[in-house]
Design a protein around this ligand. Structure first.
Ligand SMILES: Cc1cc2nc3c(=O)[nH]c(=O)nc-3n(C[C@H](O)[C@H](O)[C@H](O)COP(=O)(O)O)c2cc1C
Length: 160
């Protein structure tokens, strides 16, 4: 399986989950590409337009044609996906018919983060196979990261 994990991370938690997921999926024999998404201009979180419209990204990997599965990760900001990831989801190409999985990291309240990401994708003809939300007030610990292993296991089963 050829898998893309595309994510935004400001302070490192979402990146930690992305790397952990990559390690698990690699062990299952998949080829996994990690793509960290950056805005062209890093702002304070409150300075972004919440819906991410007109937000420009730094050389994002937009064409997902050659991937069997695309995993998208975001931190939760104000109960929603980050504007950076909303912008990315809207500008991706060849989403129709593609399989996706979603994950979010937050302190406690994910709100409608996963639903909002899923809505953009399904409206564009994609299927969302599974999702994971990791809540952590402090640094991510082993039990929290263990959930990522189970998520990888579930994805592997859904794909095979
Ligand atoms: C502007 C902003 C808004 C946030 N809003 C929420 C929220 O609504 N619910 C929540 O549980 N955590 C919220 N958080 C916490 C982050 O989602 C959490 O720390 C996340 O894991 C950070 O990911 P990162 O380290 O990859 O940037 C917010 C953080 C920031 C900076």
């Amino acid at each position: 399986m050829n898998i893309l994990i595309a994510y935004y991370s400001k302070t490192g938690s979402t990146e930690m989950v992305a790397i952990e997921l990559q390690q698990h999926l690699l062990k299952k024999g998949s080829k996994v590409r990690l793509a960290r998404i950056f805005p062209t201009k890093e702002l304070k979180a409150y300075q972004y337009k919440k819906n991410g419209k007109s937000l420009k990204l730094k050389q994002p990997l937009l064409d997902v044609k050659f991937f069997d599965l695309v995993v998208i990760g975001t931190p939760v900001w104000n109960f929603c996906p980050t504007p950076i990831i909303l912008s990315y989801l809207r500008s991706m190409r060849n989403v129709k018919g593609k399989r996706f999985a979603l994950f979010a990291t937050c302190t406690a309240l994910p709100g409608t983060t996963i639903q909002r990401m899923g809505n953009i994708l399904t409206t564009n003809g994609a299927t969302v196979l599974n999702s994971l939300t990791i809540r952590s007030i402090f640094a991510l610990d082993e039990p929290k990261l263990a959930k990522v292993g189970l998520f990888a296991e579930a994805l592997h089963k859904l794909l095979s």
